[in-house]
Write a protein that binds this ligand. Structure first.
Ligand code: NQM
Length: 358
């Protein structure tokens, strides 16, 4: 198809964890960054609150892009590189300043479907270099008979039904963007009179007590988003925290994330409500949960006193639509292991037609 729609681009639309995004091979996108970003905005339908003229879902959680390329090993690609791009819904902005552990869940299956990594019979390990943070992860993808199994029995809260479980094992998540697990070197800081724990175990995150912000912590995302005073206070703290975490001016960045914590109510470890950073997450990000999980385990953090201590290494981080389970092993201030189970599924594979340039 040509004409008004212009040239199409090969694209797979996938659900990755509790997010949804457009997956591309790097070779199918322009090498020039400005050209690439302009194309992605036109593909997603941004800027427009409804993204009516593109494939974006009118929410930051469904306006995401994964760009994947093979990393040559000894002869064959033995790993893939994953660049995450957040496409703003209502601004002409494409940002690589954060990673996304949810879309990461789709990278292994996508790499296998596109023939970048040969599938083994049983399980295929896909080593992934994460470009945004320089970190690594290994995706354990179920591939009985050499075919990706999307029909397994794994349930994750925030997604109806079940699907094939993908274990993501992170390497060196600590200090991914800020250089260290506790960027200020302290377990607690005070910003605007509010106690905060500034932590980066894969995602720069400001953890603060819901009660200190004048909320209970069990409100719905819609209720919290309607609270203008709360949003303004969170943004003031975020901008200051961004500087203190070594991220510079974060006014236009989607990090750090803001997680308000309270005592668990569903049998989990800790309850959360997360602004990402201007919309309230309907669940919680993968790496966001990995970072909050560290705060939950650190004596003296703002979560201390709220946490119900986990039995073993598995923490259940409660969020508005259930809980996210993450395994974290700490040795003092050193993170020994961060692992999580997600599911992912291709929704559409084909050619996407970007909106013409205006
Ligand atoms: O923290 C949303 C998501 C995310 C990011 C966000 C994520 C992560 O749920 O690893 O997955 O915090 O912007 O997809």
């Amino acid at each position: 198809m040509t004409g008004a729609s212009g040239a199409g681009v090969r694209c797979m639309l996938m659900r990755g964890g509790t997010s949804k995004g457009a997956y591309f091979l790097a070779e199918d996108l322009p090498a020039d960054r400005a050209e690439r970003d302009d194309l992605l905005l036109r593909i997603m339908g941004s800027p427009d609150a409804r993204q009516i003229d593109g494939i974006g879902g009118a929410h930051p959680l469904t306006s995401k892009v994964a760009v994947v390329r093979p990393v040559p090993g000894h002869g064959e690609p033995d790993a893939v590189e994953y660049l995450f791009l957040q496409v703003s819904v209502d601004e002409a902005l494409v940002s690589d300043r954060q990673n996304c552990g949810n879309l990461l869940a789709g990278v292994g299956p996508f790499a296998i479907e596109r023939g970048l990594i040969p599938a083994d019979d049983g399980e295929t390990l896909v080593p992934i270099r994460m470009v945004n943070t320089g970190g690594g992860a290994v995706a354990h993808v179920p591939t009985p008979g050499g075919v990706v199994d999307y029909d397994g029995g794994t349930r994750i809260d925030g997604v109806p039904g079940t699907a094939g479980g993908i274990v993501l094992d992170f390497e060196d998540a600590a200090g991914s963007s800020c250089g260290s697990l506790l960027p200020t070197g302290r377990v607690v800081d005070e910003i605007d009179g509010i106690a905060v724990t500034l932590v980066d175990n894969g995602m720069p995150t400001v953890v603060l007590r819901a009660s200190d912000m004048g909320v209970r912590g069990d409100e719905t995302p819609t209720e919290l988003e309607a609270d203008d005073a709360l949003r303004a206070a969170l943004e003031r703290i975020r901008i200051d925290a961004g500087e203190q975490m070594g991220l510079g001016d974060v006014r236009d960045a989607t990090v750090p994330k803001m997680t308000m914590v309270s005592a668990p109510t569903g049998g989990g470890t800790l309850s959360t409500r997360t602004f990402i950073p201007h919309r309230c997450h309907t669940s919680i990000g993968v790496l966001g949960a990995a970072s909050v999980g560290v705060a939950a385990l650190l004596p003296g953090s703002v979560a201390d006193g709220l946490v119900v201590a986990p039995d073993g290494a598995r923490l259940s981080i409660e969020h508005p639509t259930g809980a996210l389970e993450v395994e974290i092993e700490l040795d003092g201030l050193k993170v020994r292991r961060t692992a999580i189970v997600r599911t992912a599924r291709p929704i559409m594979d084909g050619i996407v037609y970007p909106r013409p340039r205006r």
